[in-house]
Design a protein. Sequence first.
Length: 148
Amino acid sequence: MSFTRFVYHLVFPTKNRQNTISEEGERILYKILYEIMRNDGAYVYRIGGMSDHVHILVDIPANISVANFVKKLKQESSFLAKQAPELPLWSGWAEGYGGFTYSINEIDTIKQYIMNQKEHHKRISFIDEYRAWLIENGISSDAPFFPK
């Protein structure tokens, strides 16, 4: 019998990093994301974010690639978010995403980090933090997808 646990911290911004996730719309957007992931057999530990990006801590089933999982999640959630009256400014997700793996021992730390997004981003912008993550994970700032 096989067993896998692939815990990913996924991060992706709104289209053009616009502030299109209102406080009133957060709950509905997170519910949309949650339902899509659960329907794909994922275990969702936490969803959170800010008006211009979302963080998701999730255990993805082994039979689904991360790229396919995120592509479907972004497409379906964007379609449904456009229909939600609580998200009147919604214009979609930006291209790409960040995906970082963590061990089971780090789950509580990452969950706390996601829960404290509003406080955290009073000190550092999303884009500065994202750049730091990429560098910390060995991605060169010369890479073509490195955010400007």
